[in-house]
Design a protein around this ligand. Sequence first.
Ligand code: SAM
Length: 445
Amino acid sequence: MYAKNDKIQTLVTDMTSTGEGVSKADGMTVFTEGAVPGDKITSKIVAVKPNYLKSELISIDEESEDRRKDQAVCTYQKQCGGCPFFDIDYSAQLRLKEKQVRDALERIGGFENPPVEPIVGAAEPFFYRNKAQYKVGPDGLGFYAKGSHDVVPTATCLTQPKNSGRIISLINSIIKKNKLSLYDEKTHKGLLRGIIQRTNREGKTMIVFVVNAKRMPEERAIADKLLKDSDIVSVYVNVNKAKGNRILGAENRLIGGEEYLTEKLGGRTFQISPSSFFQVNTAQTEVLYGIVKEYADLKSGEEVYDLYCGTGTIGIYIADDGIKLTGIEINPESVEDAKTNAELNGLTDAEFLAGKAEVVVPEAGGEPDCVILDPPRKGCDRSLLELLLEMKTPRIVYVSCNPTTLARDLKILAGDYTIEKVQPVDLFPQTGHVETVVLMSRVDK
Ligand SMILES: C[S@@+](CC[C@H](N)C(=O)[O-])C[C@H]1O[C@@H](n2cnc3c(N)ncnc32)[C@H](O)[C@@H]1O
């Protein structure tokens, strides 16, 4: 039996998605922050729970071969916590993510030898994000420190677009010069709550000032100043006067430049406005959607349901001429964006319906040849999966951002469907997140 403050020596063999090293001490699982798989460590136990121990790293006695060997350095990494996999080589990150998917399918889903393909890594594991959500602190823009609401001021960030350093410093100087007050969560006073930067693949950038007021002082002059930057093409104010930590309020007001950014994916065009949902890694999104298209294998005359469709991107990407597309999405604003995106791409046989998938699917009454599922992290509602079992749809393509709920949901479908292929894809290098695309086909009974 172990007690608090005991020192232990262990070999780290795995890593959680939040970046804690996992080892075993006399059969007990130990979680240790700062340790990576392959490290031999000495640590001090700080919490004893019935099924696991938490320990604090004292020393790395033998370093793992998987520790990062390249020159990438991030000064903020230890405080910011946005990149829990940063300390290990990219190839090791990929190995761990693929294992995460396989383990979940075996342990939670109960699948024996699931057909997991080698993970598709990113060609560019840095500077991949197309959207930055900066907090504002007394020392400038940055991100919350791990587990707190203190802002770690950040001069640049290795996962954000390459122009982020220049844009952060430009906005910091505007905040100072215009004496913009900072929002205080405790008192609900002060103006500036955050800054959002969205950047497309051409580098064209939209800036959104999220403010606790109807207007921002000198907003026109601020927009003019920003629009002089070679990349900034659009400047918005987002009005968020609500208490709580919702990032954006309902009202977006253009204060200078263009109304939208546009992005191309697989030859299709998508509009991005301040509130639209768009996957944050554009290059890997194209890879992900390409796999969905291949798995869906739609033929002219077929019908596809794109459930949890957001702004319609997957359905629009995969539905070529002759395919009937129905998208269903809970957020009515996203549904409007989806309709615009479908029009923009000349889709003639597409409809988008607002509501919960589990409620709207039975109302829609179609007989799709293929259903795409792309739910949030909590996975699908059980009633939707039961409905799919009744509908006897021939092919289901499940896109998941959480292997745990994916495995749980696939287990529900398993009696009537076979898992044909499982393809993990890395959309979030340096973090513990992994996307997975699964093709299931109906078993003939
Ligand atoms: C992971 S996102 C997928 C978005 C989109 N497929 C894409 O690739 O950009 C999940 C989406 O599911 C929506 N959602 C959440 N619960 C839902 C439900 N019960 N029914 C329909 N949509 C839902 C969210 O609003 C969000 O847009």
